[in-house]
Design a protein around this ligand. Sequence first.
Ligand SMILES: [Zn+2]
Length: 461
Amino acid sequence: MDNYDIVIKNGTVVDPENGNIIYKNIGIRGAKIAKITDENIIGKTEIDAIGLIVSPGFIDIHAHIDGHIECGKLSVLQGITTTVGGNCGCGPLDLRNFFVNQNKVGFLINQAQLIGHSFTLREAVGINNPYISANNEEIYKMCHIAENAFEDGAIGLSFGIEYAPGSSKEEVIELSKVSKKYNKVVPIHTNVNLPRNLKSLRHAIEISKETGAHVLISHFVYQYGTGIMTEALAMVDQAREKGLKISIDSGMYSAFSTFIGSTIYDEDYIKKFGWKYENMLVATGKYKGKRLTTEMYNELREYNKDESVICFAGVEEELYEALKKDYVMLSSDTGPSPTGKTGEGHPQNSGTFPRFFRKMVRERKDLTLVQAVRKCTILPSITLGLANKGRMREEADADIVIFDINKICDRAKFPDQGFPDAKPEGIPYVIVNGKLVVYKNEIVKNVLPGRCINGLAERII
Ligand SMILES: [Zn+2]
C-alpha cells in the first residue's frame, strides 16, 4: 500500500477548477498532491478534517511583502500560501539576487514578484521626481531593465501611477509592451487624481487596448469605492465584453493606507478630495492610533515620510459590490510598516481573507463557498499563468489551507480600536509545498518551505 507524508481525511474538499465540492481523502507526497481518493489511505502525519473545508492555499495577488518575514507570518495565518510582491510600482530591482537570497534563507510561503515601474525602474534610471516624465532614453533603459527582470523570472510589471503622476502615457505603453511580449500581467494602481472621476480607469483600459497586455486594476475598492463603484464596474464590464483583457483585485476594507510622504497625501490632493484630518488615522510610529492634526501632518511630512496613514474615504457597501463580480479577485495590499513591526499598520495585513469568508460567505451570503474559494485560488492562478497553484488535483503543488467555515473570523482592528496584527480564528492548518507550516492554529517553528516562483518558466525555482 502507498504511504504518504501527509494524509488529510474526511474533509469537505473544494475543487475550484471544476467548481465542485468533493468528499475525498488527500495524500501528499513530497511537495505534490499525490492522490485524491475515496480509499482509506495512510500517511506519516494524518489530519482528520471532519467538518472542515479543505481548499487550495490562497494566492494573494496584491501584496507588498517582498521577503519581509513578519509580514509572511501574518499572511500564512490567513491561509495565504503564495503572495505576489512588487506591486504599485515598487519592490526589489534585482530579482535574480532576490530569488537566490530568499531561496537560500527560506520563507514561509511562496513568492512571485512583479518588477515595479513607478519607484523601482524610475529610480534605477535616475528619475527621483515623481512629477516629471521619462525621456526617450530613460524609457529605452527602463524597457531594457524590465526585459532582464522578466528573464530573471518576474511574474509581471506593475505601475503605481498615482505615486508618479508625471509618468507619460508613452512610458506606460512601452513598458506594458514588454510585459505583453512575455505574456505577463500588468497590474496598475491607477492615478485617480480627481474625486468621482473615471478618467484614470479609462486610461488603464486604453493601455490594454493599445498594447494587448492583460491589465489588472489594483485594489479596486481603494480606487473607486468612493461612491462611483457601479459606474466603474460597468466600464470594466464593457471593456471585457469587447474582448479586452482586464482583471480586478480588491480588498475587504474601504479605508486605504499609504505612506504620509506620498503624492497622495500632498496638501492640494487632500484638499481636492475633501479629506478631513479627523478621518485620517496614523497607523505607525509615535502617533500610532491618533487621528491626524495639522501639526502632526506637518511634522510627519517633514521628518517621518515613511509612516503609514489610513484614510477613511470609502463606502463600505462598495467593497462587497466589487467582490460580488465573478471576475474580481480578493487581495490584501499587505505590507510591512517602516519599522517592520507587526503591531501597527492596517488590519488588512491580518484580517483580509478570514474577513472575506466570514462576511461574504457566512454572514451576508453574497457568495457561495466555492465562488469565494475561486476568487482566492484558481482565478489569481490563471491570471498569473501558474500551472500548478490554486488547484485541487493530483500533481498540483501541495499548497493547502484547512478552515472551519462556521468559525473563520478576523480579529484584526484599526490601530485606534485594537490590534491590527491580531490572529484570525478558524484556520487550523496550512500546508506549503507539502510541509505543514500552520498546525493547530500555530506557526510551526523552523519550517520554511516557501519557494520563489519563476514567472518565465512558470515553475518553482
Ligand atoms: Zn497601490
